[in-house]
Structure formats: structure tokens, C-alpha cells
Design a protein around this ligand. Structure first.
Ligand code: BGC
Length: 419
């Protein structure tokens, strides 16, 4: 055998020994903002599954809850002609990126994997541009949750509040006993997260939709909205004085340690309790945000896929999209992330009680019409309107007079200008 033939046959043998995917091994650069404890564990599950398929994971994590910082960095990278393979982009923004010509079609993966059958149409619609999939949904977060430290509640002799009025009574008692009633971080997206929970408590789901999805000016500029701001101001009065700039997971830590009794936050907060080894129903409790039982504010994380030039990287990108909707990933990822699977056919027996309750309410609220998109997390409206609402809400939180009438006028003017 000549040296040349020997080399060829050695190559042939080693090719046979390699796992199939590795022959197309490529790199996926993935932009996300999952840097808190539970979030990072969830992201690591995806990295691991991509590496198992022989691909290289290039982590592009930009810290900052809610993703504002990540979106700024993404724009810079995309404009300079160097976008990542995948980026955590949500809601109507997916279409904006597609319209600008940045995204690639995932229709071959979607057809082969039957995505149309796996994902509820309300979600799969958002993943498509002009009838083609350009993004893959990862999970469903419920945003209108109340996280509670049961030991603190017991010491003070109070129960989980079911309505806003009960919340005020309970919070007064907690405060009198020396606890911080509500853990919160003063950042625009966190302010908006509490604001939308209060709005859903004060309004019914139809009115919420009219205001924040359809931007019906008669609803936005109304006495009901003034009541939302008034109640929101009262809720925020139970936050401690050091909240400015505090990260959401630091606020969750305050509930975990028993410095604060409650937090209104999406169920990525559960990822923190899970990462700390805590059990729902014992070490912490989850309940609907006061006044929103049966209602479900949804927030869907999704990865939009950018056009790439290298064949191997395109193959890796398609494997990423396929892996995300596989049952194994959906289970491991969501157990760590605090969310529920975006596939509605999943066996929920391996999930904790909060996730099971979330899936139940997700399904029942879809039937009753009480399933509404989150404004604070980019599912209800464009990022332009969202940004305007954030400004008004955060200015309101930081103003000394907290005038609900003035804030309602400002909200109306801001939405009118941006819609
Ligand atoms: C995202 C979550 C994330 C949270 C906090 C939300 O907008 O959807 O995935 O955990 O922000 O950063």
C-alpha cells in the first residue's frame, strides 16, 4: 500500500468512527442575556447539547435583565455585518429583523420536525415572517407571579394575598413587623413588570389587550388607567429605599433570605429558587400576582436565526433550532429556567408544582380569553411603544408626587406618538 493509499484508508476509518453530526461540525454563536444563577444553568444545557453533536458553542452573553443591553449590542454587531448565528429576540421584533433582511429561513427544519403541530399557533405565528419560520420558540414564561417566603408570612401571621386590597393589608402588617414587604429592583423593565401585573388586576384581560396590544386611546386615556397608576403607586410604596438599580435576582435573593416577604416577577425568579436547592410549597410559594388568578401574562423566549455564509455553521444553526424543540431539551432547560415547555404535548410529571400550575393556567386561560401578552417583555407591542411606556412608568416611580392623572396623560401621549 502506498503512503497516499494508507492515508486515505486511515481517513476513511476515522470518518466511520466519528458521530454523524461531527462531519458537519460548525460553530454557533449565541447571543442571550441569561447570566443569573438559574438562567445560566438553563443556557448551559443548550450549550452541552450542541457540543454533544460535535458543534462549537460560542457564548455571547450580555448581562442585563430584560435584555435591553443585549439588544443594543446586537444592533451594533448586525450593523457592522457580523451578527451571531442566533440571538434571543422576542415578539414583534422578530419581524422587524426579518423585514430588514437579516434572518434566515428555518422552514426545512420546521417541516421535518413538524413544528406546526408542536407549538400553539399563537406562538408559531410570531416566529414567522411572510409565512416562513425565522425563529424558534424556547419556552413560555408566566410573568404575573407572586413569589413568597412562607416563613416570613407565618412569623407575621399573614396569608398569601389574593387581591390588591389584601396585598395592601398584608404588606402593612409585614412592614409593621420590620420586613420589606416587596422585593424589587428599580430598573425600567422591572417597574414595567409590576405595572403590567397591577394593570391586569385593575382591568379585565380584554381591557388590558385593548390598551397594550391594540392601543385603543379611549382605554389608555381613561379613569381606569388612572386607577392603575394609583394602585401601582401604592404597591411600589412597599418597596425599600435601596431599590434603585438593583438586579431582579438580587431582589429574589432578598425573598430567599427572608429579608423581604414577596416579589412580583416572572417565573425566571423560580430559576433562582431552584438553583438555591429550594422546594416550592415548602421553602417558597408561588401564587398568581394579586388580583390576576386565572389570568396569564405570557412571555415567550425565542432565538431568531441570522443568515450565515459557512456551510458547517448553517448546519450547526439548524441543529440548534432542531434541538431546542426536542422533548429532552424542553424538559431540562425549562426545569432550570423556571418556565414551561413551549410544546403543549409534554409530560409535566417531571416538573415542580409551580410549573404544573403554570401549564394548567396557560391552557385554561387560552380557552377563557385570559391569556394576554406581556408588555414589559416585548410580546404585546413593538419595542418603540414598549420603550415609551417604560419611560413613563419609570418616571412615575421616581417622581415625588406620583400623580396618576398626569401619568395617564403622559402615557397616552407617548403611545400615540410611538404607535
Ligand atoms: C426573558 C427571560 C429572562 C428575564 C430576566 C425576560 O425578558 O424573557 O428569559 O430570564 O428577562 O432577564
Amino acid at each position: 500500500m502506498t503512503a497516499f493509499k494508507r492515508t486515505l484508508s486511515a481517513l476513511a476509518v476515522s470518518a466511520c468512527l466519528m458521530p454523524a453530526a461531527a462531519t458537519h461540525a460548525g460553530e454557533v454563536e449565541v447571543l442571550h442575556w441569561w447570566t443569573a444563577g438559574g438562567e445560566a444553568r438553563a443556557a448551559a444545557a443548550l450549550k452541552e447539547m450542541m457540543e454533544e453533536q460535535g458543534h462549537t458553542w460560542k457564548d455571547f452573553a450580555v448581562a442585563g435583565g430584560g435584555g435591553e443591553a443585549a439588544m443594543t449590542v446586537l444592533k451594533t454587531r448586525a450593523v457592522s455585518g457580523n451578527p451571531p448565528a442566533a440571538a434571543q429576540i422576542k415578539g414583534l421584533d422578530i419581524r422587524e429583523w426579518a423585514k430588514l433582511g437579516f434572518l434566515t429561513s428555518l422552514d426545512d427544519v420546521a417541516a421535518a420536525e413538524n413544528w406546526d403541530q408542536l407549538v400553539p399557533p399563537m406562538i408559531s405565528d410570531v416566529m414567522q415572517y411572510e409565512g416562513e419560520y425565522v425563529a424558534v420558540p424556547v419556552n413560555v414564561h408566566r410573568v404575573n407571579w407572586l413569589w413568597v417566603n412562607p416563613q416570613v408570612m407565618e412569623k407575621v401571621g399573614v396569608e398569601i394575598p389574593n387581591t390588591l386590597d389584601e396585598f395592601f393589608t398584608v404588606a402593612d402588617k409585614l412592614k409593621a413587623a420590620g420586613y420589606i414587604p416587596l422585593a424589587h429592583g428599580g430598573q425600567p423593565w422591572q417597574d414595567a413588570t409590576v405595572f403590567e401585573a397591577v394593570a391586569l388586576a385593575v382591568m379585565d384581560s380584554d381591557t388590558y389587550r385593548k390598551a397594550f396590544v391594540e392601543h385603543d386611546m379611549d382605554v389608555i386615556n381613561s379613569a381606569v388607567m388612572e386607577e392603575v397608576f394609583a394602585k401601582f403607586a401604592k404597591v411600589m410604596s412597599y418597596v425599600d429605599d435601596n431599590a434603585a438599580g438593583r438586579d431582579w435576582n438580587t431582589a429574589t435573593g432578598m425573598v430567599i433570605r427572608g429579608e423581604a416577604a414577596m416579589q412580583i416577577m416572572g417565573d425566571w425568579a423560580k430559576g433562582e429558587f431552584t438553583a438555591a436547592g429550594l422546594t416550592p410549597g415548602e421553602d417558597y410559594l408561588c401564587a398568581a400576582a394579586p388580583g390576576t388568578a386565572g389570568e396569564f401574562t405570557f412571555n415567550v423566549d425565542s432565538f431568531a436565526m441570522f443568515s450565515l455564509s459557512e456551510e458547517e455553521d448553517v448546519a450547526a444553526q439548524k441543529d440548534l433550532a432542531r434541538t431546542i424543540l426536542e422533548p429532552k431539551f424542553q424538559t431540562v432547560f425549562n426545569q432550570n429556567k423556571g418556565s414551561i415547555p413551549v410544546r403543549t404535548d409534554m409530560d409535566m410529571s417531571e416538573f415542580d408544582a409551580c410549573a404544573q400550575a403554570s401549564m394548567e393556567t396557560f391552557k385554561s386561560s387560552a380557552d377563557t380569553g385570559e391569556l394576554v401578552p406581556s408588555l414589559a417583555h416585548g410580546l404585546a407591542t413593538t419595542s418603540y411603544v414598549q420603550g415609551q411606556v417604560f419611560d413613563v412608568v419609570t418616571n412615575f416611580v421616581n417622581s415625588s408626587d406620583k400623580d396618576p392623572v398626569k401619568a395617564t396623560d403622559q402615557l397616552a401621549a407617548a403611545i400615540q406618538a410611538a404607535k
